[in-house]
Write a protein of this length. Structure first.
Length: 100
């Protein structure tokens, strides 16, 4: 039977519309306890801290690369576009021409 080991028993009595929710005592399985203890182990905390440090280093590297890319772009914002309007197809010229 489905839901036999669920922690909450949901019931709609015959002839009624009121739904009842009753807690059910579900035994705590040892395998779940072992997994929970392993998640809190010192090794997993070290791995978590290492991942945090690596994320911080990657973020700083991305920021530095972004700043270099921003400072070394060839066309300053508000100046001539990298694509000349005469290089566009007639369809694109009609669409984007007023913006160039």
């Amino acid at each position: 039977m489905e839901g036999k080991e669920d922690a909450i028993f949901v019931d709609v009595p015959k002839g009624g519309f009121k739904v009842t929710f009753d807690p059910r005592n579900v035994p705590f399985e040892p395998a779940v306890r072992v997994i929970a203890e392993n998640l809190l182990s010192a090794k997993s905390r070290r791995v978590e801290n290492l991942l945090k440090i690596l994320l911080a280093v990657a973020s700083v590297c991305a920021l530095i690369l972004g700043l270099f890319a921003w400072r070394s772009r060839s066309v300053p914002m508000g100046h001539a576009s990298p694509i000349a309007p005469n290089e566009l197809t007639p369809e694109l010229q009609q669409l984007w021409g007023p913006m160039f």
